[in-house]
Design a binder for this molecule. Structure first.
Ligand code: TRP
Ligand code: ZN
Length: 899
């Protein structure tokens, strides 16, 4: 027996795996659901009246009913008014089975729950001063006995009764009644006319303030919009409201989707496992994804609020009106909705910038996931705990799959397809197959092969080679595709991949005359083409090519693949300087950066001094011309001048050399800073710090470029720069500039910087201690400090008054920032970081399994490190595995990682 096997619980106690192939329609459906919540200090009584009836679609008529239920205390249960006794039903592990059930009946259950001691933040729980719910994916079963599966859709009526110290009582739909109750209590009754699965249920009770606005829909209906927050946060709601109104309008204009209730509410909650939740008519948000004002929120924060508000709103159609049949279909709503919110953000700001940001996220985190032990297709075949599948793959890769469909169909056909999908499946719980079928039916395109993207995991690799025949004036591109094996699938069939391309000649983009195809002068100037790769290897021949071109491949990152083409440094400089595709200009800058860093890494690994390295003069000249090009979007300049992250460098490596990556990247940064010092200084000086803050794309871009310049200047150990940085920290009128300056001071080694950093950190806390979200940024800056001794500081911060080990945002700011965003320290000191993380996970395993499981990610990558580190990381995984009472969440990730 191996250590792993020994530590596994006995087979029969092991959590069981759920398979897609085992899907069966429910035996019963629920016509109406009437809920009554009596909230008291310490306990809540839930009465649920369910009108059940046999599902006509079931193959045999059901004669018993198994309801889901977890952590519930059953007080009584009655069927059609007759109280049931012990012999009428039986408890299972997380279920209640009632025997001899008729064709149609009413079931009234009364249960007791304890929101105050619910630390999992699933079901009904208490966050600071309010009560709130989180039901997706399977949290409703912690509220009452129910058919807690998304293909059971019911019409909900909800009454909430509570003490008047909770003046605001909310649930889904429209308010239909309210009034006083005994003992200084009151009630509110809400009715949601739209059938919905239980995961979209929500309830809130609290002493909340709100802002209110109106929106007139395309059919001239007036909708009331409300955002509820704790009174202290009322000054931070405007940006979310603007984003919400923009989202309602955009979905009407771009997808023809109108909002369907008279009221739309958002509630901000401080303790929340994820970003936000799309409950029908009553979205519940992590405060971090609603609250924003310039003094407290960075530009990234503003953009996140806009994106998440849009995302949750868009779910009203992609998720709520048309929902998922089962949780294997999660990407049906999430991938599509991420695609929708990403296009929305592109339309609100800069399209190319948004693309660069999305691709960066995908290539660092999703590619890593797809290459690790938790790799899964966007429609998984099996899971142990569904909460573990709210992943980068389901969301971000899922969105890429939809983007490819949009590319292949073209704008018009894609819209026809989504119209058909919404019309055909309104009010239904459906599958990803149904989605693709609607697109295929509306466009007439055969998407059979394309569907492999739904069932095959792993990141495909494209190997591109080319040949120019000067005599024939022909240029050919040969593309080979392959996909590495993943846990569930060893042999992959070829994917259907849209490869957008252009060819660069000496005077710009060349016209494209693809052999056996029509030139495209209709939708463009015939310099851009989407090649459709369907075979394992394919050659595309271009005619009338008068010079050897530089190919601009995978424009706009048209598919989630790893592209390999042997670009010379000169090719890349050409692409970076004048590709008409903005994304590929950035991509070329990243490839150039990678080449430089990889050369430095080789030197480091040979034990050579970085002093012997030199930056190529042409590269420096290309960077400089980007910096001096006023026609470029400043945000793009900022991204082009930023080197690939350590996380991306690690993802690219087969074996991660933590030190080589960190020190080589730092060395290249220093060389760039030295070469371009004057340009950076000019940009920094030209920026007017006194200008009023605006969260517009242009203003955000200017700040980001200026702060990138500051970052480069700060590596040059120059007292005037350090002073200027400190001046920025003190004088800035917005959190973006404050945090940028603070981050630079904290990470600068020079004694003066360290001294000023200490003063600034103390000042910052003093100033912002009452703003929880601002304190989180203060914690994060410290947890990601690359200087030595950070782990000790992280441990000290855990005991700081500002820290709360039960609040997910605090845990993310401290523990997750350190373990995911500080490789050089996390991997240092003979496994001290690993041990620290495992300690946190073991505590959180009982407290909040979802968060515990999410924190595991860096340890699951153990196979990518040196043998020493592998051993140390594995030891910690085994220690977690041996913990008694392991949650399904943690069990699944650890056991799959140890295989
Ligand atoms: N559906 C939510 C979204 O918009 C995700 C979500 C919110 C979630 N809270 C959750 C998923 C809790 C699992 C558990 O993407
Ligand atoms: Zn979502």
């Amino acid at each position: 027996m191996t250590a792993v096997e020994q530590s596994l619980p006995a087979k029969e106690q092991q959590p069981k795996t759920i398979y897609l192939k085992d899907y069966q329609v429910p035996g019963y459906l629920i016509k109406t659901t009437d809920l009554r919540f009596e909230i008291y200090e310490g306990e809540t009584i839930v009465s649920a009246m369910l009108h059940l009836y046999r599902n006509p679609a079931a193959s045999t008529p059901a004669t018993q009913l198994t309801l889901h239920g977890a952590d519930l205390e059953l007080i009584s249960i009655a069927l059609d008014g007759k109280v049931l006794t012990g012999s009428d039903y039986e408890f299972g592990e997380e279920s209640l089975t009632i025997f001899n059930t008729p064709a149609e009946f009413k079931l009234l259950s009364i249960t007791k729950i304890k929101p105050e001691s619910n630390t999992s933040l699933e079901g009904l729980y208490r966050s600071r001063t309010m009560y709130c719910t989180q039901c997706e994916a399977e949290g409703f079963r912690k509220i009452t006995y129910y058919l807690d599966r998304p293909d059971v859709m019911s019409e909900f009526t909800t009454t909430v009764v509570a003490d008047k110290k909770y003046p605001v009582l909310l649930s889904n739909g429209n308010l239909i009644d309210q009034g006083d109750a005994e003992n200084n209590r009151h009630y509110a009754t809400w009715h949601d006319p739209f059938k919905k699965p239980a995961y979209l249920f929500a309830l809130v009770a609290g002493d909340l303030a709100h802002i209110e606005d109106k929106f007139t829909t395309c059919s001239k209906r007036e909708v009331t919009l409300k955002i509820f927050v704790e009174p202290k946060d009322l000054d931070k709601c405007d940006h979310a409201m603007t984003s919400l109104k923009n989202s309602l309008r955009w979905d009407e204009e771009v997808y023809g989707r109108e909002y369907d209730l008279n009221i739309f509410m958002i509630v901000a909650v401080d303790d929340f496992n994820m970003g936000a939740m799309e409950n029908k008519g009553l979205n519940i948000f992590n405060t971090s994804c609603v609250l924003a004002k310039p003094e407290t929120t960075t530009d990234g924060g503003f953009q996140r609020v806009e994106g998440v508000v849009a995302h949750e709103y868009f779910h009203n159609w992609s998720g709520n009106r048309v929902t998922c049949r089962d949780w294997f279909q999660l990407s049906l709503k999430e991938g599509f909705t991420v695609y929708r919110d990403s296009e929305f953000s592109a339309d609100m700001g800069s399209r190319t910038v948004k693309r660069v940001e999305d691709v960066t996220l995908l290539r660092t985190l999703q590619f890593a996931e797809d290459a690790g032990p938790m790799a899964h297709p966007i429609r998984p075949e099996s899971y142990i705990e569904i909460s573990n599948f709210y992943t980068m793959t389901i969301y971000e890769k899922g969105a890429e799959i939809i983007r490819m469909l949009a590319t292949l169909l073209g704008k018009e056909n894609f819209r026809k397809g989504t119209d058909l999908y919404f019309e055909r499946h309104d009010g239904q719980a459906v599958t990803t197959e149904d989605f693709v079928a609607a697109l295929s039916d509306a466009s007439g395109r055969d998407l059979t092969q394309f569907k492999r993207w739904y069932s095959q995991a792993g990141t495909p690799r494209l190997q591109v080679s080319d040949h120019y025949d000067e005599d024939a004036q022909e240029y050919s591109l040969t593309i080979k595709q392959s996909c590495p094996p993943t846990p569930e699938c060893q042999q992959k069939l070829p994917f259907h991949i849209p490869v957008a391309i252009g060819l660069l000649g000496s005077a710009g983009d060349l016209p494209l005359y693809l052999k056996d195809a029509e030139p495209d002068f209709e939708t463009g100037d015939n310099t851009h083409k989407v090649l459709e790769l369907t075979a394992a290897e394919q050659t595309f021949v271009f005619q009338r090519v008068q010079e050897k071109p530089v190919p601009s491949l995978l424009r706009g990152f048209s598919a989630p693949v790893k592209l390999h083409y042997d670009y010379s440094r000169d090719d890349l400089i050409v692409l970076m300087s004048r590709d008409s595709d903005g994304f590929n200009r950035w991509e070329a800058s990243q490839q150039l950066g990678l080449q430089a860093i990889h050369r430095a890494m080789e030197a480091y690994q040979r034990g050579e001094d970085f002093a012997a390295l030199q930056l190529d003069v042409d590269l420096v000249a290309a960077y400089r011309s980007v910096l001096q090009d006023d026609s470029l979007d400043k945000a793009m300049v900022a991204y082009m001048l930023s080197l690939p992250s350590e996380a991306y460098l690690s993802e690219l490596a087969d074996l991660v050399d933590v030190e080589a990556i960190h020190y080589s990247r730092t060395a290249i940064r220093k060389m760039i800073a030295r070469e371009l010092r004057d340009d950076f200084a000019r940009i920094y000086r030209a920026y007017d710090h006194a200008q009023p803050y605006a969260a517009t794309a242009d203003a955000i871009a200017a700040r980001s470029l200026k702060n990138v310049a500051l970052g480069y200047l700060m590596v040059l150990v120059d007292e005037t720069v350090v002073r200027a940085c400190e001046q920025q920290y003190r004088a800035a009128n917005n959190m973006t500039d404050v945090i940028a300056a603070l981050t630079q001071l904290v990470n600068a080694e020079a004694p003066l910087a360290q001294q000023l950093a200490e003063v600034a950190l103390a000042d910052f806390y003093q100033r912002w201690q009452h703003e929880s979200l601002v304190v989180n940024q203060w914690i994060s800056v410290q947890a990601t400090c690359v200087l030595p001794n950070t782990l000790a500081k992280v441990k000290t911060l855990q005991t700081h008054a500002a820290y709360d080990g039960k609040n997910p945002n605090k845990i993310r700011a401290l523990v997750a920032s350190f373990c995911n965003g500080n490789a050089i320290n996390f991997h240092a000191d003979a496994g001290a970081g690993y041990q620290f993380l495992a300690d946190q996970i073991i505590v959180l395993n009982t407290q909040n399994p979802q968060i515990a499981s999410r924190l595991l990610t860096p340890l699951t990558k153990w196979k990518k490190y040196s043998p020493d580190r592998q051993r140390l990381m594995k030891t910690e995984l085994e220690r977690i595995m041996a913990t008694p009472g392991l949650s399904k969440d943690v069990f699944e990730v650890v056991s799959k990682s140890l295989v």
